[in-house]
Design a protein around this ligand. Structure first.
Ligand code: ADP
Ligand code: MG
Length: 433
C-alpha cells in the first residue's frame, strides 16, 4: 500500500512531464537531494536533542545548550591560534578580550558556554531571553576588539598580542601599562601572575614573568642603557590604601603629590634585580603576602588592585626613566545583593566602581592627548598618573576577562560594554587624526 507522502508525490511527477525531459530529471533529482539533506539534518538535530536530553534528563539548561549549539554550527570558527609572522600591531591603546574555559564547577552546575569567538577580533554573547509566551530565544550580541582570545589560547599567546608589544616602550623613555579587567573568577590573576594547579600557582606562566624575561632580553641588547638597573615593585590598593607586597606584614604606604603634580608612593620597595629568577621569587613572595591570612584566594584579593612594576633606573637616579606596570584590577562585579551586603562590602564596591570609572576617564584623556587628566578621581589613577600623561610615548593595553557561563551573562555584558567604551573612545580619536 502507498503511504500518504508517496501518494502526494505521484501527481507532482506527472505534472512535470510537460517540461523538457532532461530538465525534469534534473529538477526532480535536485529536489530529492535537497529533501534528503533536509531530512538528514532534521534527524541529526533530533538525535542531538535526544542525546542532550537523555544524557542530562534533569539538566534545566538543555534547551539553551541546544540553541547555542545550533547557532554555533552555522558559524565558521577561525579563532586565533598562532602568533602571526607580522607580529601584533602596536597602537597607543589596545583593547582585547579573553574568554576563559568552562570550569569543572561550571559543568557541575550544568551551566552552558554562551560565548562564541568566531575570529581573532570578534565575539558573540548568546543571551537567553524569555518571550511573553514563555518560549525561549537567544539574543546574539556581537562585539569587535583589537584581539579576542577564546578558551584555546594560552597565556603565552595572549602575552604576544597584548603586553609584549609594549615592552620596548620602557626603553624608549615611556611608560607601558597593561590592565586585567573583569569579574572575580574570570581569569585576571591566572593571566597576570600565572596558572593555578589546585591552590599553587606557577608564576613562570604569567604575563608578569613573560614580560620580565623579555625586559632582560631587551636590556642585554640595549646599548643606550648599558649601566641602567632593572628594579621591581609590587603593591596593592585596597579601598584608598596602598600596601607594599614586597615587605612581610604588608605595611601601608603614603601617597604624596609634589608641587609639580608628581605622585610619590613614600617608601615603596624598589628591589634591584639582575636575572629572571629573582623576579620570579619577588612575584611569589608578593603573591604570598597578598593572600596571607585569607582562607580563599578570592575573598580579599578580589576587592583590591595589585600592581606589579618593572622599572629601568639610570645610574645615580632614583626615579625610573621608563616603566612597565601590570595591573590585576579588583573584580568589577556589582554587589549583586546590595540589600544583604555589609556596609563594609558596599563601601568597597563603591570605591572599586569609582576607581574603574576614573580609569576609563584617564584612558579617554590619554587617547585625546587632553591637557586635563582626571587622575585624582581615585587612588588607582593617582598612583598610575605617569601611565596616562605625555603623549605618544606611553602605551596602554586592556585585557577584559570574561567567564563563559550562562550565569555570568550580566557581568560579561557589563565587562564588554566597558571595554567597548574604552575602545570606542580610541577609535573616535583615530578618526580625528
Ligand atoms: P580572577 O583573578 O579574575 O578572580 P582567577 O585568575 O583566579 O580569576 O581564575 C579563576 C579560576 O579560573 C582559577 O581557578 C583559574 O585557574 C581558572 N582559570 C582562569 N582562566 C583560565 C584559563 N585561561 N585556562 C584555565 N583555567 C583558567
Ligand atoms: Mg584574582
Amino acid at each position: 500500500s502507498l503511504k500518504p507522502n508517496q501518494l502526494k508525490a505521484l501527481p507532482k511527477r506527472q505534472d512535470s512531464n510537460t517540461m523538457p525531459c532532461s530538465n525534469v530529471v534534473h529538477v526532480v533529482e535536485r529536489l530529492k537531494e535537497q529533501r534528503e539533506r533536509r531530512r538528514a539534518l532534521q534527524a541529526e538535530q533530533r538525535r542531538e536533542k535526544n542525546v542532550l536530553m537523555s544524557k542530562d534528563p534533569d539538566n534545566p539548561n538543555w534547551e539553551v545548550a541546544l540553541m547555542v549549539r545550533e547557532y554555533r554550527d552555522q558559524l565558521v570558527l577561525r579563532p586565533l591560534r598562532n602568533i602571526s609572522p607580522r607580529g601584533a600591531r602596536t597602537q597607543q591603546i589596545t583593547v582585547c578580550v579573553r574568554k576563559r574555559p568552562m570550569s569543572l564547577r561550571d559543568r557541575e552546575a550544568k551551566s552552558v558556554d554562551i560565548i562564541s569567538v568566531p575570529t581573532l577580533d570578534s565575539l558573540i554573547v548568546h543571551e537567553l531571553r524569555n518571550k511573553v509566551d514563555l518560549t525561549k530565544l537567544l539574543d546574539h550580541h556581537r562585539f569587535r576588539f583589537d584581539y579576542t582570545f577564546d578558551e584555546g589560547c594560552s597565556n603565552k599567546l595572549v602575552y604576544e598580542y597584548t603586553a609584549r608589544p609594549l615592552i620596548r616602550t620602557m626603553f624608549e623613555g615611556g611608560n607601558a601599562t597593561c590592565f586585567a579587567y573583569g569579574q572575580t573568577g574570570s581569569g585576571k590573576t591566572h593571566t597576570m601572575s600565572g596558572e593555578f594547579s589546585g591552590k599553587s600557582q606557577d608564576c613562570t606562566t604569567g604575563i608578569y614573568a613573560l614580560a620580565a624575561r623579555d625586559v632582560f632580553e631587551m636590556h642585554k641588547k640595549d646599548v643606550a642603557h648599558k649601566g641602567a638597573q632593572i628594579t621591581c615593585s609590587y603593591f596593592e590598593i585596597y579601598g584608598s590604601k596602598v600596601f607594599d607586597l614586597l615587605v612581610p606584614g604588608k605595611p601601608q604606604l603614603r601617597v604624596l603629590e609634589d608641587g609639580r603634580q608628581q605622585v610619590v608612593i613614600v617608601g615603596l620597595t624598589r628591589t634591584p634585580v639582575s636575572k629572571v629568577d629573582e623576579i620570579m621569587q619577588l612575584i611569589e613572595r608578593g603573591n604570598r603576602v597578598r593572600t596571607s591570612g585569607q582562607t580563599s584566594v578570592n575573598i580579599k584579593s578580589s576587592r583590591s588592585h595589585a600592581i606589579f612594576q618593572i622599572g629601568l633606573v639610570k645610574p645615580g637616579d632614583w626615579e625610573p626613566c621608563g616603566k612597565c606596570s601590570f595591573v590585576d584590577l579588583a573584580g568589577n562585579e556589582r554587589g549583586a545583593d546590595t540589600q544583604s551586603a555589609s556596609l563594609q562590602t558596599r563601601r568597597e564596591g563603591a570605591e572599586i566602581n569609582k576607581s574603574l570609572l576614573a580609569l576609563k576617564e584617564c584612558i579617554r584623556a590619554m587617547s585625546r592627548h587632553s591637557t586635563h587628566l582626571p587622575f585624582r578621581g581615585s587612588k588607582l589613577t593617582q598612583v598610575l598618573r605617569d601611565s596616562f600623561i605625555g603623549g605618544q610615548q606611553n602605551k596602554t593595553c586592556m585585557i577584559a576577562m570574561i567567564s563563559p557561563g550562562l550565569g555570568s551573562v550580566e557581568n560579561t555584558l557589563n565587562t564588554l560594554r566597558y571595554a567597548d567604551r574604552v575602545k570606542a573612545l580610541v577609535a573616535k580619536e583615530d578618526e580625528l587624526t
